[in-house]
Design a protein. Structure first.
Length: 121
């Protein structure tokens, strides 16, 4: 079936305006079409629906989460894949977990067993 395709050159990319049916389209000069340096210009494949980020709790009490697991600091740090120093900084309030660590801690707070089962498979 015909598809719209991108045409690559060494330093630019263009979206061919019409569908192509042959496996290797004839050598059409990109200059006839909208050409953009690689990494600039409009996204040729925009996401049709923006996906908002999931809400994550504002403040996580890392020490309380760890205490509920019954694990000592070294074991808990290994279990969630962070250094002992990082865990201590979180627990003492010197730093806060961000990104994936924050999400993982929120999940551990909700249900450690499901997290362990998921990560062990």
């Amino acid at each position: 079936p015909p598809i719209r395709t991108l045409h690559w050159q060494s330093s630019s990319i263009c979206l061919l305006p019409e569908p192509v049916t042959e496996r290797r389209p004839s050598s059409r000069p990109c200059s006839k079409f909208a050409t953009h340096p690689l990494g600039s210009g409009p996204d040729p494949f925009p996401d049709p629906r923006p996906i908002p980020p999931l809400p994550v709790p504002g403040r996580l009490d890392v020490a309380a989460i760890r205490h509920r697991t019954g694990l000592a600091q070294p074991a808990f740090a290994r279990r969630i894949g962070v250094s002992l120093a990082t865990l201590r900084n979180w627990e003492q309030g010197h730093r806060s977990p961000t990104g994936p660590a924050r999400v993982l801690l929120a999940l551990v707070e909700r249900n450690l067993l499901i997290v362990e089962q998921t990560l062990s498979t």
